[in-house]
Design a protein around this ligand. Structure first.
Ligand SMILES: C[S@@+](CC[C@H](N)C(=O)[O-])C[C@H]1O[C@@H](n2cnc3c(N)ncnc32)[C@H](O)[C@@H]1O
Length: 264
């Protein structure tokens, strides 16, 4: 599999993500506040999905552009913006090739999205390129040692390997690696942590939602169901065991990392 094939597969997988927008809605507001988005600011949301961050920012009267790889999610984002009565330019584009001029934005944000671009150095260089000097970059990512990171690493053991040299997306959840990747292009890096509490009756209910909606998982489940049903059962048992460790009172705790920095 080469990069183009990987991106085509990602685009195909992410098209079912819309039901999970309720999960990422509260953390969207958290990121918007953390990034310091204020009225009039020019904001870019990278990997906007169904628009939860972009619309939260636009409701604060920021001037927002948003891009995503997946047309079906952009359709839903436009519908969400119509319901919210906000004006946002949503475009189909790749985080690794942003269709904007250098320094166009005051703030560039990404919620659980730029982390899935396969080449982190290219994605971050693009996000910093379209940001003006003195502007803010801010993003939310899944740490490898918490629930989402652990279940993604579990899934990766059951999937075909990515093309050589493509690192795990979860490395964006490690502050040391984030600091390295931002490098000398930024100053004043700030990290914070928060969690999303997802209602679920059982780990199995939660797993069923993930299996139907989470981009990277969908294809893997389809493939295993046909070719190796016993391995699929092993995956599911391990998944449920991890989720049980994060579940209390019918709520599943998904911890995440927030990063903010100023472009120099
Ligand atoms: C977990 S979803 C998050 C969506 C949204 N930001 C939210 O918080 O609900 C990941 C998103 O990243 C998008 N994505 C993945 N790779 C991308 C890339 N290379 N360029 C742009 N978007 C990408 C997917 O299409 C999907 O919408």
């Amino acid at each position: 599999m080469d990069i183009a094939q990987l991106k085509a597969a990602q685009k195909e997988g992410w098209k079912h993500f819309a039901p999970l927008e309720t999960v990422t809605t509260p953390s969207a507001a958290r990121l918007v506040h953390f990034a310091g988005i204020s009225p009039g600011a020019r904001v870019l949301d990278v990997g906007c999905g169904t628009g939860v961050v972009a619309i939260t920012a636009a409701r604060l009267r920021a001037r927002v552009d948003a891009i995503d790889l997946t047309p079906q999610l952009l359709e839903r984002a436009r519908e969400n913006a119509r319901i919210a009565k906000v004006d946002i330019e949503f475009r189909e584009a790749d985080a690794e090739d942003l269709p904007f001029r250098d320094g166009e934005f005051d703030i560039v944000v990404s919620q659980f999205a730029h982390m899935f671009a396969p080449r982190p150095d290219i994605a971050i260089a693009q996000m910093l390129r379209v940001l003006r000097p003195g502007g803010t970059i801010a993003f939310s990512t899944w740490p490898p040692e918490l629930l989402v990171g652990r279940t993604m690493q579990l899934a990766s053991r059951y999937m075909p390997p990515p093309p050589p040299g493509i690192p795990s997306p979860m490395l964006w959840g490690d502050p040391q690696i984030v600091t390295q990747r931002l490098g000398s292009a930024v100053a004043d890096i700030v990290f914070d942590r928060d969690s999303i509490l997802v209602p679920a009756l059982t780990p199995q209910h939660f797993r069923m939602v993930i299996e139907r909606s989470a981009g990277p998982i969908i294809k893997m489940i389809e493939t295993l169901a046909v070719s190796q049903p016993e391995r699929l059962e092993a995956y599911r048992a391990e998944f449920d065991a991890i989720v049980s460790q994060y579940m209390r009172d019918n709520l599943i705790c998904q911890g995440y990392l927030l990063t903010r920095a100023r472009k120099v």
